[in-house]
Design a protein around this ligand. Structure first.
Ligand code: 5FU
Length: 251
């Protein structure tokens, strides 16, 4: 079986993007590869969740456009403080999917001003190489393959998308359900310890499966944590499951 690279080996590699380095350093420091997805609807829920899971995560993933009472000063400024306090990164799962000029506007303007605060952003690569040129302040995580049933990200699409991701200096990794070239960090959503699906197309795997078979680097967990009776405890369980699976995958 092919050996995976450790987080330390990845930190030591050449030309590492500063946000990738930071993420890997936080992972080693906290012994965590867990990203919590905060798919909640209010600023208070967002901040409460961030406080509770903060000690156990390397990053908090947001869909900032679902926050019903969004206000930059009330929503984002405290979130930045919580992230600093608990030493995690902010990842906005915006999945940009347009021409470069439009993505540049969506990234920096409107009410969300993502470029001000997101350490990491997700983007489709469907707009081609140059469409990624303007994400200067964040590490880009390219959407290469999706976790949902019937996704159009077939092998041909993924291979072509992966070539763009590998060659663009802003891209630190990809979201995918398959192994990636080792210079790209692999982020895997669709992780749940208790269920196989959500009845809406989502398909779940376990941390053990994705570390062993895909050599993933980071697991992304949404409802498994924020819908749990005790999100703090659930985040600890996923953190431990993810770290144990990572160590086992080192062989
Ligand atoms: F790119 C992707 C993907 O392929 N699958 C996903 O599930 C992103 N996601 C996101 O991860 C999705 O938008 C949710 O925010 C999160 C998974 O949430 P869950 O509650 O753990 O299913």
């Amino acid at each position: 079986e092919k050996k995976r690279k450790s987080y330390q080996q990845k930190i030591d590699s050449n030309n590492l993007h500063s946000k990738a380095k930071k993420l890997l350093e936080v992972a080693l420091e906290k012994k965590s590869n867990l990203i919590a997805s905060a798919d909640v609807l209010t600023t208070k829920e967002l901040h409460d969740l961030a406080e509770k899971v903060g000690p156990n995560i390397v990053a908090l993933k947001t869909h900032i456009d679902i926050i019903t009472d969004f206000d930059y000063d009330k929503t984002i400024i405290p979130l930045i403080d919580i992230a600093a306090k608990h030493n995690f990164l902010l990842m906005e799962d915006r999945k940009f999917a347009d021409i470069g000029n439009t993505q540049e506007l969506q990234y920096s303007y409107g009410i969300y001003k993502i470029s001000n605060w997101a350490d990491l952003i997700t983007s489709q690569v469907i707009g081609g190489f140059q469409s990624l040129d303007f994400f200067h302040n964040s590490g880009v995580i390219a959407i290469l393959g999706m976790s949902s049933a019937g996704t159009l990200t077939d092998k041909n699409y993924r291979d072509e998308a992966t070539k763009i991701a590998q060659s663009h200096p802003n891209v630190i990794g990809g979201v995918a359900q398959n192994e990636l070239p080792e210079e790209l960090l692999l982020f895997t959503p669709g992780i749940n310890l208790d269920t196989k699906g959500d009845g809406k197309g989502q398909q779940y795997n376990t941390p053990e499966h994705v570390f062993r078979n895909l050599h993933t680097d980071f697991i992304i967990v949404g409802r498994g944590i924020y819908k749990a009776e005790n999100p703090e405890q659930a985040s600890l369980s996923y953190k431990i499951a993810g770290w144990d699976a990572y160590e086992a995958s080192l062989g």
